[in-house]
Design a protein around this ligand. Structure first.
Ligand code: SF4
Ligand code: SF4
Length: 253
């Protein structure tokens, strides 16, 4: 086995739920840590106080612009990481922290919470609140193959990660309205219901075969658009589904 990659988790204004999804891989997490990745930073799990150099940094939570330490740590993580991942909806899109207005004891001035891409360049998005355990496992395996694999494995990992990189380029605003603007209004919706199934707060109902979003319930997590098969369906990945599954299953044996 070649060298492991180094992975860290920077915790900003998040709830630790994203980190829990990593742990929800159960034995799979031990396999990842045994064979592929060394966890070099994560204040919840590792007694390392300062941001180290990392191959991959998973950033959980949005960034509070009124908190100087958060801003500085995020910039430091960017400078010290080869790949910076917005891990979960808060980091990618702001999510529930989009609704912050400050005024609460004991930091009433903390009112500006933004997606991390407002502060630093982000390489890859893993949206949803929370992301699913398999998704973060797959990204860890693919990051390993990308950085340590042979040419064929590098090619596979590049194809797998590309859509998530493209999602990071698309922007940092998310809402159930994305389904209207970017899918239904474009004549792309096929009424499959994936968006309704993926919404964590059940803000989407299917009516007459098309999604209807209750915007009072929407927490702006970005899951519906990113999971919609008519949003950024990637044929490079889907046409190689079996090869990708084989690579991941083989790695996790
Ligand atoms: S997931 Fe996309 S294609 Fe499917 S119903 Fe929702 S908007 Fe339409
Ligand atoms: S409608 Fe649901 S899945 Fe879509 S952004 Fe809002 S909360 Fe997230």
């Amino acid at each position: 086995m070649a060298d492991k990659i180094t992975i860290g988790e920077l915790h900003l204004s998040g709830c630790t739920g994203c980190l829990v999804t990593l742990a929800d891989n159960y034995e799979g997490l031990f396999k990842l840590l045994d064979d592929y990745a060394e966890l070099v930073y994560a204040l919840t799990l590792v007694d390392v106080r300062h941001v180290p150099e990392m191959d991959v940094c998973l950033v959980e939570g949005s960034c509070c612009l009124n908190d100087e330490i958060s801003v500085e740590e995020l910039k430091e993580a960017r400078a010290k990481s080869a790949v910076l991942v917005a891990y979960g909806a808060c980091a990618a899109y702001g999510n529930i922290t989009r609704f912050c207005r400050g005024g609460q004891w004991n930091q009433p001035g903390q009112e500006a919470f933004v997606p991390i891409s407002e502060v630093v360049d982000v390489d890859l998005y893993l949206p949803s609140c929370p992301p699913c355990p398999q998704a973060i496992r797959n990204i860890a395996v693919m990051a390993y193959l990308l950085l340590k694999g042979n040419d064929e494995q590098k090619q596979l990992a590049t194809a797998y990660l590309k859509p998530l990189m493209q999602l990071a380029q698309r922007g940092n605003e998310a809402c159930g309205c994305d389904l209207m603007y970017d899918v239904i209004n474009q004549g792309l919706c096929m009424g499959c219901g994936t968006c309704a199934g993926t919404c964590p707060v059940r803000a989407i109902t299917m009516e007459y075969g098309k999604p209807n979003v209750n915007r009072d319930l929407c927490i702006k997590c970005g899951a519906c658009y990113s999971q919609c098969p008519r949003s950024w369906f990637n044929f490079d990945v889907m046409n190689n589904y079996e090869g990708i599954i084989d690579a991941i299953n083989g790695a996790m044996k």
